[in-house]
Ligand binder design. Sequence first.
Ligand SMILES: *[C@@H]1O[C@H](CO)[C@@H](O)[C@H](O)[C@H]1NC(C)=O
Length: 335
Amino acid sequence: MKLLRFAAAVSFWLSLATADKEAALARLDAPENDDGYNQELLDLVAIPSVSSLPENQPDILRAAAWLEARLKKAGMENVQVLHTQGPRPVVYAECLHAPPGAPTALVYAHYDVQPAADTADLWTSPPFEPEIRGGRAWGRGVDDDKGSGVLPPIQALEALLASGGSVPINVKVMLEGEEEVGSPFLEPFLAKHAGLLAADFVLSADGGQIAADQPAALLGLRGALAVEVQVATATTDVHSGMAGGAVQNPARSLAQLLSTMWHPNNSIAVAGWYDNVREISEGDREDMAAYGFDEQRELLGPLGASAAVGEEGYTSLERLWHRPTLEVVGIGGGF
Ligand SMILES: *[C@@H]1O[C@H](CO)[C@@H](O)[C@H](O)[C@H]1NC(C)=O
C-alpha cells in the first residue's frame, strides 16, 4: 500500500540530489518495497518515545537505538548516539563523499512525540499500536515527526546510496529527542559538537507539507512566546448563587481582559506588538500570490472551519506565513 504523503516527502528529499535520482525514485516507488517502508514506520511509531513523561525515558533510548541501527542499515557512516547534558540523546549520522566544493547539509528531525494518554478515548486504534487504515497510517508520531520528518530523509539517502552510491552533496543527519519539551539541552549540545555538526545549511524535516501530493521546503518559522495569565478575585471558590452579582467573577474578568487584545479589524492591540515587525516585501507578496493558495482545500476544508478570519489588509497566506499572531491556546475556570 502506498502512503501518498510519505511518497511526496521522499520525493522532496530526493530533489536535493541530482545524480542517480531516477534509480533511487524507482526503488522507492517499487511496489515490492511498500510493505517494508510501511512496516518500519509502524515499528518506529510503536515505540512511545514521549519526551515529557519520565516513565517513557526507556522508550526514548529505545527509539534512539532503533534509529542508530536504521541509519547504519541505510549505509550512513559515523553513526552515533550522542548524549546531551539531559536524558534524551541525539542520533547522528553522515555521508560525506560529495565532490570537493559541494555544500554540506545538516538534516534535522526529532524522534520524540507528544503524549497521547489525555486523548486516549479519541483514538480508533491505540496511539502506540499504529495501523494502516484507508491508505493512511494512524498512530502518535506518524506525522510529527517520525513519518514526515525522521524516516523520509533516511529512506531517500538509503535509496540514493543503494542505487548508484553517490549523494551529490554532503549530508549530516541529526535527530533529537526533546523537541516536544522545547529542546532544553540542544543549545549546549550544538556548541559542544560545533565541528561535527558544521554545515553550509540546515534542512529542517520538521513541519508540514502543503498537500498529500505536494512537498514543501520551509524557509522560516514565526517563532513563539508563551505566557500564562491567571485571574483571581477571591481566595476561595465562589458559589454563583450565594455570592454571584456581589463579587467580581474571575472568568468574566479574564474574558474582558482578553477582549482588549485585538482591534475590531483583527489587528493586535497590545502596545508595541508590531514595533519590530517588517512589512512584507513586494517580492514576498508576489511569491505568495504566485503560489496559488487554495484556501478551501488547504486551510478551511481540513479544519472544518467556516470562514477565513484574520488581520485586515492581508491574505490568508500572508497571515499564516508572515504576520505575528496572538492566540489563546487554552482557557479554563470553574466547571
Ligand atoms: C486596524 O485598526 C487599528 C486600530 O484602529 C489601526 O491602528 C490599524 O491600522 C488597522 N489596520 C488596518 C489594516 O486598517
